[in-house]
Design a protein around this ligand. Structure first.
Ligand SMILES: [Zn+2]
Ligand SMILES: [Zn+2]
Length: 368
């Protein structure tokens, strides 16, 4: 079928809104009318050629929310009319997938950023030529998408569908790092370094868990103001300061039980580690480019501190995303406060305003 989608024709090129052809759903696939799609830094990394496996032209987008319009012959879990969000793919067969560690799937690069379905076929074409993407096995920057039923998650119909897409990546990445990995008890201290969409999602989850204090560090005053509205008990503007760790120690006595690093800057990771109390845990979410190195003093780990990376919030989307949707509906996870809507036609402005930090979470509304 003919759809409208944002195509990137070459590495570092702009998004171009085009008519393209979308293939029909296979036996295990869904045709999804995309209502809206979040935009995540990973989409811009794709546009800019960070993934050597990704051919061009390509359609990106991996935080899609929409309505199932048709199902393949073997689909049993979904029917037309279902509201869904599309989450990240995994192979289901590797040692990590077999042991509920699917966000660390050993084939994940190929499935997320290989440009095609697992068998090498493309989802889109134009004038008979292949258009790549199959980004996270969805490519949600278009009016319709093909989703594999294994990675789609049904959501309740009374939830505001057009804001739910970001739960599929940034939202569960932040919230999952707290609720699935840290698992804080009420009263545990928490500090987040960088309050973009992932950091704010984590902070909202820390509030749900009852963390206190909740400390937010960023360089943008408007983000820190929002962090305070969403539950930060203390905020620090990092701009021009070198005493952030000292301030956190002064506030907490021994440092924090949990810290979260979202900036991908080595100096900030070091601060997030040094802010920990003994036996505290620092989770690294920031996505640094290959070759980036960080340092900290080895004795720091001898006092039981843990530093670990987390992907996709250790989330099993089928259960975790509906849990987050319940929090959204209950008003405990006010995702709408992070979102700025753009029409698909304005995708390049959305990308620029995400990159500058002016917009925390762009969500593209699809023309229908
Ligand atoms: Zn796997
Ligand atoms: Zn993402």
């Amino acid at each position: 079928m003919k759809i409208t989608a944002a195509v990137v024709f070459e590495k570092n090129g702009p998004f171009s809104v085009e008519q393209v052809d979308l293939t029909d759903p296979r036996a295990d696939e869904l045709l999804v009318e995309v209502v809206a799609s979040g935009m995540c830094a990973t989409d811009l990394h794709g546009r800019d050629g960070y993934f050597p496996t990704m051919p061009y032209p390509a359609v990106f987008g991996h935080e899609g929310a929409g309505v199932v319009r048709a199902i393949g012959s073997g689909v049993t879990k979904f029917k037309p009319g279902d509201h869904i969000v599309m989450s990240y793919p995994w192979c289901g067969e590797c040692p990590n997938c077999r042991t509920q560690r699917q966000s660390y799937c050993l084939s994940v690069r190929k499935l997320k950023m290989g440009g095609t379905r697992a068998d090498g076929s493309t989802l889109h074409s134009k004038n008979g030529e292949p258009v790549f993407g199959a980004f996270f096995q969805q490519s949600s920057f278009g009016t319709y998408a093909i989703a594999n039923e294994r990675f789609a998650v049904k959501v309740r119909k009374d939830a505001p569908l057009e804001i739910l897409g970001p739960l599929a990546c940034g939202g569960h990445t932040g919230a999952g790092a707290v609720l699935n990995v840290m698992k804080p008890s009420p009263g545990d201290s928490f500090a987040v370094f960088g309050v973009g969409s992932v950091g704010l999602s984590a902070m909202m989850a820390a509030k749900i868990a009852g963390c206190d204090p909740i400390i937010a560090v960023d360089v943008h005053e408007h983000r820190l103001a929002l962090a305070r509205e969403l539950g930060a008990t203390h905020t620090f503007n990092h701009t021009g300061r070198t005493d952030i760790v000292a301030e956190i120690r002064k506030l907490t006595g021994h440092g924090v039980r949990f810290s979260l690093e979202t900036s991908a800057l080595p100096a900030v990771l070091r601060e997030a580690i040094e802010a920990l109390m003994p036996a505290g845990t620092c989770v690294l979410l920031g996505s640094a480019r290959a070759g980036t190195e960080a340092s900290f003093e080895m004795p720091f780990l001898q006092r039981g501190r843990t530093v670990r990376g987390v992907v996709q919030g250790d989330s099993v989307p089928e259960t975790f995303i509906p849990q987050l949707v319940d929090y959204v509906v209950a008003g405990k996870f006010p995702l709408d406060r992070l979102i700025t809507f753009y029409d698909l036609a304005d995708i390049n402005r959305a990308a620029a305003e995400q990159a500058s930090g002016a917009t925390i979470k762009p969500v593209l509304r699809m023309p229908h």
